[in-house]
Design a protein around this ligand. Structure first.
Ligand code: ADP
Ligand code: MG
Length: 684
């Protein structure tokens, strides 16, 4: 039966009920989803060689007949099973060894014709260790450029790859939505063709072309959106807040520090935008700890002065709570409100949820802090004059766009803030719809965070040393990696670490945990205890990655550090070094390849986010194709910050098409694609 994109993956032979269940945890339900689960890298086993011509180091496929095959236990390590085989072709014989796959004795009986793929090693003769295998001539796992997918517990690569191969015919149904002009001028393959080649490319060239196509699709869709936003914005009006110099001076004199030059310039950009008739749409970019909040607060103060209303959106409730405290300090608490699951407060008064909206409407001048979900649902955003989006990279493009979309007559000014370290010129291209201000320097007096890679044999010593520091009153973060994509909330990994540390080195110390499964008030309690020093060791997932500001914490320990991308490590490290004291960051890798070592060493060498982002790009080998999550590059699954050229081309096309046909009526498929991607309503 022919496979269709809308079919359930359960219809694929050989995938198994467990396979279906596990893929579902990754969001894969239909063949369409499955085909969009693209490889993160490839092994090139397309060279097929005869046994006599093999050299050490060759990465190849060898085809031959199994001559002998036997499994036994290892003498040295009893848990290890060894399966030794020899295969033969017309030119000679070759040894093969598999670890812990004793069942191969059954599958690969003598006289079977097989294809084996791997890298030739030397161990008392040439040998293939743990090669991929399949019946000769099949070319799914060997004899080609072989796709490698991200896996999760219980889902074997072999099974996933086979399933993908069976789903592949359905790729013919992908609808070509790119205008022909664009596709031919940019020499891009068709979508069906590209989707096939992204999984099972015939050559490196077809793979490159497929990658280019998927990147273009993604970037082009964004640029269409931006072109649309720019066009729309020219028609919108916002409330004008003329610059109040006295108020600004007053705000500055009450700060316990002086602003950096960058902060002053950014504040100036923003205040000027607020005094224009068209709504501001500005991105404030600055490294972790560069002091973005105070810049936003200065703008908010101007709005409050003129009795306007501000919504301050944070990506998490923890962060909302913290920013509420900070803004109360900077702006005085009378006009600052908080809306979370637990709080409904304005000034010092707690309200019933149902009265809150009325109160806010009545209030002359206020700033409400909350999460996107709460503020959007509970309080209609249109009646705010300024919306501040903190850590905007945590919100999707569609979410950000929805903010613009809802406001037709009276559009609010929009200020987005991010720590994504990308050069200004690139930011202008990527966020084609935004103006950009950058904070390029750190506040004075910051001590660089001393960073070290702690290898296995030194870890014992490090834990003992930390124990001493904790007993002296220090507070430390311990961040655990997500080992398995299905443990998305990190419960398992955090709890295992906590049990281990509590039983051993940190016995008797005040330890607590923080992970995604905990309820908000549990999280809040833990954070508060940590803030006050009642808890001194906080074992957490990357929920602490964003924005958390506890100046008394001085040590960040990252477990399984090689699993994190540089951008994420930098964000994590940014949680310490916020106070006067010298801070430390310890990176504990589980295993260390050359590449991950280079990455961690970059962390040791510099504290600068921009330098790290640059290094990250350099360190990405051609084998690693897609890793936007790893790189911390916002919004894109395929494109990276190295694709600036592509973005410019896409921008050029988007502008041209939108110019010629603002509602895209001659491109119904493209319009549909855009609507699906960003839930756009006005292109009806
Ligand atoms: P981020 O840019 O990561 O959001 P924050 O706004 O949280 O950074 O600021 C980090 C810390 O730096 C805060 O404790 C803040 O009070 C402090 N800070 C901000 N600006 C300055 C400055 N110009 N001089 C000294 N400290 C500053
Ligand atoms: Mg911040």
């Amino acid at each position: 039966m022919a496979a269709h994109l809308s079919d359930s993956i359960a219809s694929l032979p050989g995938i198994g009920t467990q396979g279906v269940r596990i893929l579902k945890t990754l969001g894969v339900v239909s063949l369409r989803d499955l085909l969009y689960y693209v490889p993160f890298r490839y092994d090139d086993f397309s060279t097929i060689k005869s046994i006599a011509s093999l050299r050490v180091g060759d990465t190849v496929t060898v085809e031959g007949t199994i001559k002998t095959i036997n499994s036994r236990r290892s003498w040295k390590r009893k848990k290890l099973s060894l399966t030794e085989a020899t295969i033969e072709d017309a030119t000679g014989t070759l040894s093969v060894l598999w670890f812990n796959q004793p069942y191969l004795e059954e599958t690969l009986k003598p006289k079977t014709k097989v294809a084996l793929a791997g890298t030739v090693e030397y161990r008392q003769g040439l040998i293939l260790v743990n090669p991929l295998h399949e019946p000769a001539g099949q070319h799914i796992h060997t004899g080609r450029i072989v796709p490698i997918y991200g896996l999760t517990k219980g889902l074997a690569m072999r099974r996933l790859r086979s399933a993908m191969e069976k789903a592949l015919p359905a790729a013919r149904e992908f609808v070509e939505w790119l205008p022909r002009d664009v596709q031919t001028s940019e020499s891009l393959p068709g979508l069906s063709e590209a989707m096939k080649a992204i999984h099972f490319p015939d050559t490196r060239d077809t793979l490159d072309a497929a990658v280019a196509r998927l990147k273009f699709d993604e970037v082009f869709l964004h640029q269409l959106l931006f072109a649309d936003v720019r066009r729309e914005r020219r028609r919108l009006k916002a409330k004008v807040f003329s610059f109040d110099q006295v108020k600004a001076k007053d705000f500055l004199t009450r700060l316990p520090f002086t602003l950096t030059l960058g902060q002053k310039k950014a504040a100036w950009d923003i205040l000027r935008d607020l005094s224009q008739i068209h709504p501001m749409n500005r991105l404030l970019e600055g490294d972790v700890g560069s002091g973005k909040t105070v810049v936003a607060a200065m703008a908010i103060a101007q709005i409050l002065e003129k009795r306007g209303k501000v919504a301050y959106l944070a990506p998490t409730e923890i962060l909302a709570l913290q920013q509420h405290t900070t803004l109360c300090r900077l702006l005085g608490e009378d006009h600052v409100g908080l809306l979370t699951h637990a709080y409904c407060r304005l000034g010092t008064v707690d309200f019933k949820r149902d009265d809150f909206e009325k109160q806010i409407k009545k209030q002359k001048g206020c700033c409400v802090v909350g999460t996107h979900a709460l503020l959007g649902d509970r309080l209609p955003l249109p009646f705010f004059d300024l919306i501040v989006i903190d850590e905007q990279h945590r919100f999707g493009v569609a979410q950000r766009h929805a903010l613009l979309e809802r406001q037709k007559d009276h559009a609010p000014h929009l200020l987005s803030m991010t720590a994504t370290p990308i050069p200004r010129s690139l930011a202008l291209t990527i966020y084609g719809d935004l103006d950009v201000s950058c904070l390029t320097e750190m506040p004075k007096g910051r001590k660089p965070i001393a960073t070290a890679i702690v290898l296995q044999d030194q870890q014992e010593g490090m834990w003992k040393h930390l124990r001493g520091q904790i007993e002296n009153g220090e507070r430390i973060f311990i961040v655990c990696p997500l080992i398995d994509p299905s443990d998305r909330l990190g419960v398992q990994s955090v709890e295992e670490t906590s049990v281990r540390l509590k039983a051993e080195v940190f016995k008797g110390l005040p330890i607590d945990v923080l992970h995604g499964k905990m309820k908000f008030d549990e999280k809040e309690k833990v954070m508060e205890a940590f803030r006050q020093g009642k808890v001194q060791v906080l074992i957490a997932t990357t929920v602490v990655e964003v924005g958390v500001d506890i100046p008394e914490a001085t040590v960040m320990v990252v477990l399984g550090a090689e699993r994190f991308g540089l951008a994420q490590l930098h964000q994590l490290r940014g949680r310490v070094g916020r106070g006067e004291k010298q801070s430390y960051c310890y990176l504990l890798p589980d295993t260390l390849s050359d590449r991950s070592r280079a990455r961690l060493e970059a962390m040791v060498k510099t504290n600068n986010g921009f330098e790290l982002a640059q290094k990250d790009l350099e360190l990405r080998g051609p084998g690693d194709l897609f890793g936007s999550q790893q790189s911390g590059f916002p919004d894109y699954q395929f494109a990276t910050s190295a694709d600036e050229d592509l973005m410019q081309k896409a921008r050029h096309w988007a502008e041209r098409l939108m110019e010629e046909d603002p509602t895209l009526s001659t491109y119904p498929l493209m319009r549909q694609k855009m609507k699906d991607a960003f839930e756009i309503v006005h292109l009806e």
